[in-house]
Design a protein around this ligand. Sequence first.
Ligand code: UD1
Ligand code: CA
Length: 462
Amino acid sequence: MDFGVILAGGKGKRMKANRPKPLFEVLGRPMLEWVIRACEQAEVKDLCIIKGFCGEQIDAYLNGRYTTVLQAEQKGTGHAVQQAEAFLSADTNGHTLVLCGDAPFMDAETIRLAREQHIADGNAVTVITASIANPTGYGRILRTEAGIAGIVEEKDATAEQKAICEINSGAYWFKTGALLEALKALGCENAAGEYYLTDTVAILLGKGEKAGAYCTENTDVILGANSQRDLLELNTLARMREIDKHLDNGVVFTCTDGITIEPDVQIGAGTEILPGTILRDGTVIGEGCTIGPNCLIEKCNIEDGVRLNYVQAYQSTIEKNVKIGPFVHIRPNSHIKQGVKIGDFVEIKNSTIGEGTAVAHLTYVGDSDVGKKVNFGCGTVTVNYDGIIKSRCVIGDNCFIGCNTNLVAPVKLGKYVYTAAGTTVTKDVPDYSLAIDRGAMTVKEGYSLRKFSSKIEYKDKK
Ligand code: UD1
Ligand code: CA
């Protein structure tokens, strides 16, 4: 059986935060999650995550998805893997993949190819390595004629060793039994005073076992974040990689400023994404849309020809040729049907808006079922909450809702209903009716003259 051990216990001192480093996000997804998904895609599904610094946050994030083991004190990567001894002892005949929780671009292909080589060569350990121009900070791969001889950390390296450009990615395949044996032999006589997992290579070679290196061409897989600056670099790289993918699919970008597209987003050809737009995981956008500037879209299904301008939309469906914005909030579970127009300062929540309806400005529609071709006057409010329960409004086709109408839910308007401006509707209105709720208007002439006589200037008086 294949096991995976993901190291996520380190303090990540240089991040300067009370959060485990692997929970910092790249494109909206914790680095740990990237690593977990790479394992799952590579069919390594028996995972053990080593938590330490702020470990309860790792548990809260994983919510029971995988086994976690606490490394109470952070004494190094070797010490971290030692904590998985009981987990690994369940099957000592298989193989174990060890990965760093702070290197999000490790991918399934690299994991699989390294495993193939590991098995074919009969290695006790296979280190995933890469040759890079600037190896500073990484462990260096020591080699002799016979092959890999060990790994030396930057802190312990001689000037000559520091010049080596083949580095340790921090990812390895081990024979599980051999790993458990090697862990027992680890010491901490080095510059950091830590138990280095990297020492297992020399230990296993010393026992007459075989060690090898899988040197990957895809040098992104080694990239890790040790500081906020590194994290920003990883995000920048991932962001441009994602945009590149959409360019290949015919998505239009004339300027990429502030555009972040998370990994699991689909966008149709000919759709243009404008600056300042964030598209979160699980969003699907059709063809020929214009999204932005400054939209935030999460888990929405947006059909062809939609125009969103300064819109935040969450977990909703927006059908063909809808036009929304600017300054609109579409809250979860809304369904905006074909050809709807929604203008500035409108909020829609948990509602269906029928085909061709217009909600032009300053309106709140919550918990409502709105028919086709309805016109909302400015300042309409569905009064959906009485402090204890939320109720629904039903508005029939072709209604004309006057400005500043309050619709006190639960209430139902039939079709072709008019409401007079300023009306508070508290009971159902049948088809083809007008609802009007106003006192008779009276005019008190000379009122301000009498009330403010001392303040009204002489010239304004008659
Ligand atoms: C490690 C490797 C180095 C490699 C580099 C690749 C060692 C000794 N060095 O160095 O050869 O080039 O990764 O990025 O292994 N962790 C724990 N518990 C600890 C210490 C660390 O769980 O006590 C975890 C961290 O959370 C992190 C991972 O192990 O996810 C790597 O630790 P880090 O301190 O970043 O190691 P590097 O110095 O980068
Ligand atoms: Ca690291």
